[in-house]
Design a protein around this ligand. Structure first.
Ligand code: DOR
Ligand code: ZN
Length: 424
């Protein structure tokens, strides 16, 4: 199969390719990128007035397989990802059962091999059953192909245990992805603690629950010079701590999710359970700090924290609703609408946040449009406006915090290993 993508506006900062050009793809590989390519091919896609950029890499995704295939499966989740322009995801291990043993990883790998439409990388837990008591067998899991470890959904309370995990992760070269939350502070909170939680009459989660853990985990990382990645950063204080740590040369990277730079706690005044997420939506000042940190490179990348839940788990009283929003099909457009459109960042920075930096953090050779590499790219209409509608989601769950919003930027094609996988 030979394919030419004609006259697209290419954004590939790694290779300093920015501007209009044609791309020739042959046998799944990028063969040529030139101003004009005239060759006999099987398929030509016109990309006039379109952006052509590397496909996205999302390092925080919950597919619910095994155990909760009614919420999302590897098939539906990876189809949703392909629609969102994503060709690589890291899946979280808080499934049922949790991914905490080589056997569980083997089973998951089999299912991925059978049904995944894109590359699915596997994270295992840090502790058995995510109970925070006994560490998993890092060596065996690494051998089985696990690339990251995380107790996402919870934080490891025991400092000594986490220190050991950091040491092991460092030795085995596994990405340690940390959910920072002191549950003794967040207890049974549901929304950010403050005026809004009082007005709603709901128990609040203080920011301290997050940033005190960020502070502790940075301290531990510093102690043994071990790299850590802090996930879903949501407040100003966390950003400040991470900025300071980076300045000191501490090996910390982090991500945030689109809802933390587009929505605030005020959105909860109508008790919309789709906006009940953990960590909770914060105040305007936090949102502004997150945006600034994305621009300044303090926050390294954007990840969706795609967290599918069924209608009967979301369409209930706020107190009883599950935490989480889906995000695979909206993350790029939310970032374009809230970061690129207002002029905060340019397209190159967007590619850095979604492609280049996640590749570096995961240590995978992706995120660029290099000649001789597998073609994993997207063609995007940057000016297309669309409204987020329940019926349009490919994801099995429809619990989007962005429902009803008008967004800008739509993926027209996703190409994975040289083949068009979206639309399908
Ligand atoms: O909102 C969230 N949902 N935050 C988490 O940490 C876990 C996730 C889930 O698994 O649903
Ligand atoms: Zn998560």
């Amino acid at each position: 199969m030979r394919l030419i993508i004609k006259e697209g506006y290419i954004v590939d900062p790694v290779n300093n390719l920015i501007g209009e050009a044609d791309i020739l793809i042959e046998e799944g590989i990028i063969k040529k990128i030139n101003k004009k390519i005239e060759e006999n091919v099987d398929n030509i896609i016109s990309a006039k007035d379109r952006i052509v950029m590397p496909a996205l890499i999302d390092l925080h995704v919950h597919l619910r397989e095994p155990g909760r295939e009614d919420k999302e499966t590897i098939l539906t989740g990876t189809e949703a990802a392909s629609k969102g322009g994503i060709t690589t995801i890291l899946v979280m291990p808080n499934t049922d059962p949790a991914i905490d043993s080589p056997e569980a990883v083997r089973l998951l790998k089999e299912r991925i091999k059978r049904t995944a439409r894109i590359d699915v990388l596997i994270a295992s837990t840090i502790t058995l059953r995510r109970e925070g008591k006994v560490l998993v067998d890092f060596e065996a899991l690494k051998k089985e192909g696990v690339v990251a470890i995380t107790d996402d959904g919870s934080s490891v309370d025991d400092e000594n245990l986490l220190l050991k995990a950091m040491q092991e992760a460092k030795e085995k070269d596994l990405l340690l992805l940390l959910h920072c939350e002191d549950k003794s502070l967040s207890s049974k909170g549901m929304v950010n603690l403050g005026v809004i939680s009082t007005r709603l009459g709901l128990r609040g989660i203080p920011k301290e629950a997050e940033y005190r853990r960020v502070e502790r985990d940075i301290k531990l990382s510093k102690k043994i010079n071990a790299p850590i990645h802090i996930t879903h950063v949501s407040c100003k204080e966390s950003v400040d701590l991470i900025a300071k740590a980076k300045k000191e040369g501490i090996r910390v990277t982090c991500d945030t999710a689109p809802h933390y730079f587009s929505l605030t706690e005020e959105e909860l005044l109508n008790f919309d359970t789709n906006k009940k997420v953990n960590p909770p939506l914060r105040k305007k000042e936090d949102l502004l700090a997150i945006k600034e940190a994305l621009k300044e490179g303090i926050i390294d990348c954007i990840a969706s924290d795609h967290a599918p839940h069924t209608e009967h788990e979301k369409e209930v009283e706020f107190e009883n609703a599950e935490f989480g929003t889906i995000g695979l099909e909206t993350e790029l457009a939310v970032a374009i609408t809230y970061l690129v459109e207002p002029g905060l960042i340019d397209w190159c920075k967007l590619v850095e946040l979604f492609c280049i930096n996640p590749s570096k953090i995961l240590k995978i050779d992706k995120g660029t449009l290099a000649i001789g590499k597998p073609a994993e790219l997207i063609i995007l209409d940057p000016s297309k406006e669309w409204v987020v509608k329940k019926d349009d989601f490919l994801s099995l769950s429809k619990n989007s915090a962005f429902l009803g919003m008008r967004l800008k930027g739509k993926v027209e094609y996703t190409i994975y290993k040289g083949k068009i996988i979206y639309p399908f």
